[in-house]
Write a protein that binds this ligand. Structure first.
Ligand SMILES: *Cc1c(COP(=O)(O)O)cnc(C)c1O
Ligand SMILES: [Zn+2]
Length: 411
């Protein structure tokens, strides 16, 4: 029996074949993968997963690929680190870092979604892959397209951090910088996808791509000894990751891989672009787009999040909440994470930790609870964010006396 039945509209429930399609033709709702959980139940177990590869493909039974996975074979199964120093700094009892800054080819959580998207694009026989990106997705699609010998077009806002642009260009894709926001880039890409027969990983392949995010939550549960934590705090850009964390936990619970499910899911966004969190705070029914995002957390700067309302729904049903972080708080949190746990996160990680701190202080997260923070990208990608925000090196002559003099001043 096939484990993937096809696609299904999240709004009206209408079913579709497996095709590179992301919007319902009848109600314009988003499509998602429709699994045959009865068939999956027969083959999946804790044991079968533990015997799998040490990559995100150990969860292949719950990913929408028909054949053997072909991409991202080294992605995922990142460390879950007990953060003792950070626990002391925050005044909590049990906190873990889900560290997606390492063990991925391009050092961000986007290698999860791209692993699934490119494996699927090949099953659909595309020869060109593409994406609209705020940076990390561009890196991952570029690198994995290079490995897979696929042609690659990358679309980004022209004002992205210089280092982020170079970290795509090195893999030799065609990079197009758009004079506009990410939402302008995304709108243009939707038009291009209607004309060019390409696999846009986050547009026409989106339902398949998004499933890759689930692996982050699967790993957390397995690494905690098949238990779900009390809290997961994750950053949101388009809202897909948070939505899929919710879906992953539900799937594991439904399939009997975890006994209890009481996890509160919380969203972290930047103050300068936090439309999903604003909806949570105002208890609203829809997500009002932010026209001009202004934040150093550019990888999260999506003003009109495609999965915003589903992320809100996931958080509400879990009993979680959300918070905004200012640029200053983001930098402070990046420094705190590095100085306590030796994890150099990009700005998005700063957002997550800063918001976690606030949610602990406001009582939304209990100090005795088991907490997991999702750190989704490596700081070496956004060093500019710390320009002038860390101490300067002291410059001396190459003489012992010069060093002694310096020490006498320091002490
Ligand atoms: C893309 C991304 C996210 C989450 O994005 P969603 O669009 O909400 O799924 C989180 N952190 C980083 C660093 C990212 O690049
Ligand atoms: Zn529909």
């Amino acid at each position: 029996m096939e484990k993937v039945l096809g696609l299904k509209c999240r709004e009206c429930g209408r079913k579709y074949e497996k095709e590179p399609l992301h919007v319902c033709e009848f109600c314009f709702g988003p499509l998602e993968v429709d699994y045959n959980y009865e068939a999956i139940q027969k083959s999946i177990s804790r044991r079968s997963i533990e015997r799998g590869p040490t990559s995100l493909w150990r969860y292949a039974d719950l990913l929408p690929i028909d054949g053997e996975p072909t991409d991202g074979l080294n992605s995922g199964f990142t460390p879950l680190v007990r953060a003792k120093n950070l626990e002391d700094a925050l005044g909590v009892k049990e906190l873990y870092i889900k560290d997606d800054t390492v063990c991925h080819p391009t050092l961000s959580f986007k290698d999860r979604v791209v692993a699934v998207a490119l494996s699927k694009a090949k099953e659909f026989n595309f020869d060109t892959v593409s994406c609209a990106s705020t940076g990390n997705l561009a890196h991952s699609v570029s690198a994995q397209a290079a490995i897979a010998n696929l042609k690659c077009f990358i679309f980004i806002p022209a004002d992205l951090e210089e280092s982020k642009i170079i970290a795509s260009l090195v893999y030799a894709p065609k990079v197009v910088g758009i004079l506009g926001t990410y939402d302008d880039v995304n709108r243009l890409c939707s038009e291009i996808a209607g004309v060019y027969p390409w696999a846009f990983v986050n547009i026409n392949i989106r339902p398949f791509y998004a499933e890759g995010s689930k692996t982050l939550a699967f790993e957390i549960v397995e690494q905690l000894g098949w238990e779900a934590p009390d809290h997961i705090i994750a950053p949101a850009a388009g809202g897909s990751l948070v939505t899929k964390i919710g879906k992953a936990l539900k799937e594991f619970h439904m399939l009997g891989l975890i006994d209890k499910l009481n996890t509160k899911i919380h969203i972290a966004q930047a103050e300068g672009c936090g439309p999903i969190v604003t909806t949570l705070k105002e208890n609203g029914d829809f997500v009002k787009p932010v026209r001009k995002p202004t934040t150093i957390a550019k990888s999260l700067a999506i003003g009109n999040p495609a999965d915003g309302i589903y992320a809100v729904d996931t958080v509400r049903k879990s009993g979680g909440f959300g918070g905004h972080a200012t640029d200053e708080e983001i930098v402070e949190a990046m420094k705190l994470l590095a100085a306590t746990e030796g994890v150099f996160a990009e700005t998005a990680g700063g957002v997550t930790l800063a918001v976690t701190k606030k949610l602990i202080e406001s009582g939304h997260i209990g100090r005795e609870d088991r907490i997991v923070i999702s750190i989704t990208g490596n700081g070496l990608k956004t060093v500019e964010a710390l320009d002038g925000k860390v101490e300067e090196p002291r410059i001396i002559q190459p003489q012992l006396n010069a060093f002694k003099k310096l020490m006498s001043k320091v002490e």
